[in-house]
Design a protein around this ligand. Structure first.
Ligand code: WQD
Length: 340
């Protein structure tokens, strides 16, 4: 079966995608610099699938080691590229770290793919490229807006780099997957989200509050023009998201793509407010969550949820797991991680 490189494969979405790739029979090699993940995740993946992926610690910012890696693994047929820094707030404080880590690494990988007879490339992008979309649900034709953070800008620039590369190098076929809000964990609770430090995202902050690591969840504003005043997002279960990566990769490997650069939104198509997420968590966990309403967070969009028609029609993929499934699995994972 084809050999697939997964960069950042020990991360949250990367590890779940490695599981689904192995379930489909692919040979997987993971590279990760362990800056935002743990080598223990390799054991978690292996315990789920029974197959230990190849792993090499590699920092994709180091040009020569990247070249050496591709010389050694010159039979790679596809790459799923997760490795990147992804904290919106941090990117505002450390723009150069984000441009170096998210852009130069992408260029180095594409230069290696150019040397291969053919390469299928899946890029981890984000709905953040849309900013506050004018129309909801958001389609892939929605205009890309001025990025609200260097992180979001690296996703926009990354897509442009890939698009321009694919225009002139026909042997590289690429798909950018624009995720909405990935949440939840594998049902086995052997892998999941492992935020380092204080979580920036809503769901890990909820589970850490419920387990007692955080005192109280702050809800960033309830004066938005939405039914209950809190922001709306499209929370997609990470396992559904992982499966979409395998389907997108297969589309390229089997040459079913319609052009050699395509983009797809990956969401459930359903918007959920912050309070609805909290209530879902309380329902499935039986825990009463300690939260308070505070002021708005800078840079938050009011509402974002996906129009899933293109992914449904073209990829034959749709999300199957619900918000309750995601909250249940996230809570189970939190309890396992904290040894409860
Ligand atoms: C969701 C909602 C917050 C924390 C970010 C990135 C995006 C993608 C997903 C990578 C918002 C509210 C949150 C808290 C809260 N990341 N919230 N209290 O901002 O939609 O998207 O993560 O690709 O690119 O921008 O996700 O989970 O941070 O926030 O009230 O402690 O929860 O205001 O309305 P976001 P989030």
């Amino acid at each position: 079966m084809d050999k697939i490189l997964v960069t950042g494969g020990l991360g949250f979405i990367g590890s779940h995608t490695v599981v689904e790739l192995q379930n489909e029979g692919y040979e997987v090699v993971i590279v990760d610099n362990l800056s935002n993940s743990s080598i223990d995740v390799l054991e978690g993946i292996t315990s789920i699938t029974g197959k230990k992926p190849l792993f090499e610690k590699l920092d994709l910012k180091d040009k020569e080691p990247v070249e050496d890696f591709f010389k050694k693994h010159n039979n790679i047929k596809g790459v799923i590229h997760f490795a990147a820094s992804k904290a919106v707030g941090e990117s505002v404080q450390e723009p150069l770290l984000y441009y170096e880590n998210n852009i130069s690494t992408l260029v180095y990988i594409l230069k290696e793919l150019k040397k291969l007879p053919s390469a299928s490339f899946i890029f981890s992008s984000s709905c953040t490229v849309y900013g506050q979309a004018d129309e909801l649900p958001i389609t892939e034709n929605a205009p890309v807006k001025l990025a609200e953070s260097p992180y979001g800008n690296t996703k926009q620039i990354g897509e442009e780099i890939i698009r321009d590369t694919c225009k002139v190098i026909p042997t590289i076929k690429a798909i950018a997957l624009r995720y909405f809000n990935p949440v939840g964990s594998h049902e086995s609770a052997k892998i999941g989200e492992l935020p380092i430090g204080v979580p920036q995202n809503l769901v890990p902050f909820i589970t850490q509050t419920a387990i007692g690591i955080r005192e109280q969840l702050s809800v960033f504003g309830n004066d938005y023009p939405t039914p209950d005043g809190t922001c709306i997002r499209d929370y997609i279960h990470v396992v559904d998201l992982a499966k979409a990566h395998v389907i997108a990769l297969k589309r390229l490997l089997e040459n079913k793509h319609k052009s050699n650069y395509e983009t797809f939104n990956l969401g459930t198509g359903k918007g959920s407010s912050v309070l609805e997420v909290i209530h879902s968590f309380e329902k499935v966990s039986g825990e009463k969550l300690n939260y308070k309403i505070v002021g708005r967070r800078e840079g938050d969009v009011i509402s974002a949820y996906a129009d899933t028609k293109k992914a449904n029609d073209e990829l034959g993929w749709k999300s199957e797991l619900t918000l309750d499934d995601a909250m249940r699995s996230a809570w189970k994972w939190e309890q396992v991680v904290r040894g409860k």
